[in-house]
Design a protein around this ligand. Sequence first.
Ligand code: SF4
Length: 388
Amino acid sequence: MDNHLSLYLHIPFCASRCSYCDFNTYAGKENLIPDYIKAIQKELRINRQMLVLNEPVHSIYLGGGTPSLLQAGEISVILQSIREMFNVNADAEITIEMNPGDVNKELAAQLAHTGVNRVSLGMQSSDARELKLMGRRHSPEQTLAAVEALKSAGITNFSLDLIYGYPEQTMESWQRSLQTALSCSPAHISLYALSVEEDTPLQKKIERGLLPEPDDDLTEEMYRTAEDILANHGFLHYEISNWARTAEKQSRHNNQYWLTDPYLGLGAGAHGNVHHVRTRNHGAIEDYLEAMQAPKNRLTGFPAAAEVIPQTELMEMQDFVILGLRLLQTGVSQERFERRFGVTLNEIFHYQIDRLIDQGLIIYGPDGRLLLPEASLFISNRIFREFV
Ligand code: SF4
């Protein structure tokens, strides 16, 4: 959707670190939360003062880390600041990521009161042993209780995240996790293939032979099985890793990224893409707080940025194609490309497009849009590299 702005706010606090995680998040620093909220408010204010941002805000996303470590009052303060400074649509999608163990009826009701209308719940698995292996803090029962709490607060627009391809995970346990997720009637499901990241406890365990390497064939089989199961339950597979119960339940916020529409990234390590620049904020909480205390680069409009990378038109075109291909029905619209860049898709990428079409790795869909066919989903990264 053109002419709308989205806001991403990164909340880099976790009660403990999961075994596989290499996100920009920190355990044991919750004492910094009050200062962090003030810094985010200041960053919002400077963004507002220095940048020309006339577009109405149609999505706000609090991601992490574990935003559910914040109290409802703290979330309310942040959302209130945003509403005071930006033109937030009355029907804006406001999502918060939550750890199932943090959700109870009282918190869910309080969040609904602040205007949060979508929750992304880090379920990951319905198997207690797998959750333990992953180093997650919650139990399978807590996920079910969290879902009930959300529903009782009227938050039926919730998404469940699951991980597949984890060492020692089996096809049977994966199918059980999917069935349990479906029994919760989520509006949306995100499935993430495990990626073993450097210097994580998981990587060290695998290195020492305490856990087996992930099995790539089984991982792909799990993905294919999930596609079948979710299709049988009527879910729309709209992005490589994402399924929605109906077209309206797609993540508006994540679509903003995939459609390369503008968003501000606020908080430690957050990324933004607005006014033809990509931004990356200082990652460590202390560095972010220091940058916000006496912002040296206030005039740029990105006071906490460690990097501000101007985008050439070619870079934006590449992103447009690569991210657009992730959207399985929307794909890359030739008409939208031409409207945005004033040249046709073929004038820029005819060599890559012809070759990939010949190989059957991408196809033309309705009205000439480029799409990834089913068989290409698991090798999408290879296809995307062709456009760089
Ligand atoms: S809760 Fe999420 S962000 Fe925090 S350590 Fe676990 S996976 Fe990482």
